[in-house]
Design a protein around this ligand. Structure first.
Ligand code: NCD
Length: 291
């Protein structure tokens, strides 16, 4: 996606974020059907897609793996074909396998939004992160942004790297070698293996969850040791710019990748604004595909 298209989506999201609900909003997707198809757990993403659909007046159906035929052994493609036969206008899909949402999109007639596929991508999260940064720092270009923690298993990191580098930010990947994908430098990021060096003079610090469910083996010695070396606490935060802000896509593990005091400090933490931006961004994205 071109930078100009990203800016357009962010501008439209900002409009939805700042304007009170109107009857016009409700007409945007009136009579349209959105299906949320989630093969993985989700709190923020699924709820915000649902809320965004309702705010735009769409009919929304939530399918979770627990209550669907997937439990009876139906394959992803069979499920996609079944849903396709019901003629939805939009499918929002999350799946544990990288590339699965792309495969799904090839098989159905409507637009598909990737709500996270394996460790690959999570584009609407990156958009809401970029919008949040822009609101607090005015510009994305020229900022130094440290993405810290389990980058190897993080679709949030990958989508943010693509988007933020395109918008002119400098990205640092800060993690132990076991939690970095090989060839990460090829994505145009600078790599650091200590928090002290990686965070020094940053404008934004984006912390990531240790995604143990995606690890085949233990990649960190213990959670306590991980927190000591890679958890964001006041010792490390003091090394960033004095006005540096902290982000986390959630769900966060307090005391593992982030200290509770920092997560809850409304002068430094953007975690709540990130969630607020999520609904608006998803409204803008759905509108751009269906309206
Ligand atoms: C993330 C995800 O599911 O990729 N959460 C989210 O969508 N807000 C990050 C994570 O699970 O750690």
């Amino acid at each position: 996606m071109a930078a100009s298209e990203i800016i357009k989506l962010m501008d439209r999201s900002e409009y939805y974020l700042d304007s009170p609900p109107t009857t016009d909003h409700k007409k945007t997707l009136q009579g349209k059907t959105v299906i949320n198809l989630f093969y993985e757990n989700s709190t923020r993403t699924r709820t915000s897609f649902e809320l965004a659909s309702l705010k735009l007046g769409a009919n929304v159906i939530n399918m979770t793996v627990d209550s669907s035929s997937v439990k009876k052994g139906e394959t992803l493609i069979d499920t996609a074909m079944t849903l396709n036969a019901m003629h939805p206008d939009l499918l929002v899909a999350r799946h544990g396998d990288s590339g699965a949402v792309h495969l799904l999109a090839d098989k159905v007639d409507c637009s598909v939004i990737n709500a996270g596929d394996g460790r690959n991508e999570h584009p609407t999260q990156a958009l809401l992160d970029a919008l949040t940064i822009r609101r607090y720092k005015k510009n994305l270009a020229g900022l130094t942004i440290a993405i810290c923690g389990d980058i190897a298993h993080s679709r949030v990191a990958r989508s943010n790297i693509y988007l933020l580098t395109k918008m002119g930010a400098r990205i640092r990947a800060v993690a132990p070698a076991t939690l970095l994908p090989s060839q990460i430098q090829k994505l145009g990021v600078e790599v650091y293996h200590t928090m002290a060096e990686g965070i020094a003079d940053c404008d934004i610090i984006m912390m990531l969850r240790l995604q143990s469910e995606r690890m085949d083996s233990a990649l960190v010695p213990s959670k306590r040791e991980y927190f000591h070396f890679f958890g964001l606490d006041s010792r490390f935060l003091a090394l960033a710019k004095p006005d540096a802000l902290v982000m986390h896509p959630g769900p966060m593990n307090r005391g593992v990748e982030i200290d509770s005091v920092i997560a809850d400090d409304i002068r430094r933490s953007l975690i709540r604004p990130q969630v607020e931006a999520g609904v608006a961004v998803r409204m803008a994205v759905m509108e751009s595909l269906v309206a």
